[in-house]
Design a protein around this ligand. Sequence first.
Ligand SMILES: N[C@@H](CCC(=O)N[C@@H](CS)C(=O)NCC(=O)O)C(=O)O
Length: 244
Amino acid sequence: MAKKPPRAMTKAAPKKAAAPRKAPAKREKAMSPKERARFTLYGSATSGPTYTAALALALSRHPFSYINVNLREGAHKQPDYLVKNRYGQVPALRDGNLMAVQSAAILLHLAESLDKFNSKLPLEKLRIREWLFWQWDKLAVPVFRLRARARGLRQFGDEVRVMYDTEAKAALAVLEQELTKSEWVAAKKPTMADIGIYGVLRYAPEANIDLLHYPHVTAWKKRIEELPGFATPEQLLPMESKLI
Ligand SMILES: N[C@@H](CCC(=O)N[C@@H](CS)C(=O)NCC(=O)O)C(=O)O
């Protein structure tokens, strides 16, 4: 066996100028096949709440299978779907053996189980929940009703339209005011509360609501769109099911 030359005899590589010290890049742990196959999202391509769940998974950098539930054909009211979502709505998210429904509950489940877009601070945790409850109470309903009317999926007269429009704008004024104080709604960093609210406001133009009247909301929306992993509804929700 050829003898290895003593250390001092090995030719030293020419010295390079020392590169400035960078913090080591955080290496993503390789995902096991079981972990990759963990989530299946049941939803519809045009559904805002489905997009919210998909966006939370995308921003958490977790792959998922997607099953298209054909709302037009009433697939969401069939017994095989009602066992997944007792409310007969999309989305539903399978996490292994567990089924999560209601998009805000799905977001909170992902925050806890993936430890993403969450906070360890009790006050921030509370604020994440607070904003998600507020979002469904004050923002999502008027925005989604107006959008459904504009798309011809719901019929109501001008009086009701004005009522929802006023409600949506009142909610936006609250959000605008909050975002004058902080970059993110519930914490010093983006959380599931931002993702939940973004999932509604993405559809504001389709509800004929102009977000340019809310400069802080517009800037916050852009910050979310710059987060790694961000994707649009069209990119995340195909018309057909997609298994991984
Ligand atoms: N609060 C529910 C709302 C879900 C929802 O409204 N889904 C709509 C599609 S965007 C749906 O399934 N509509 C059919 C129905 O309610 O019968 C959630 O956040 O998951």
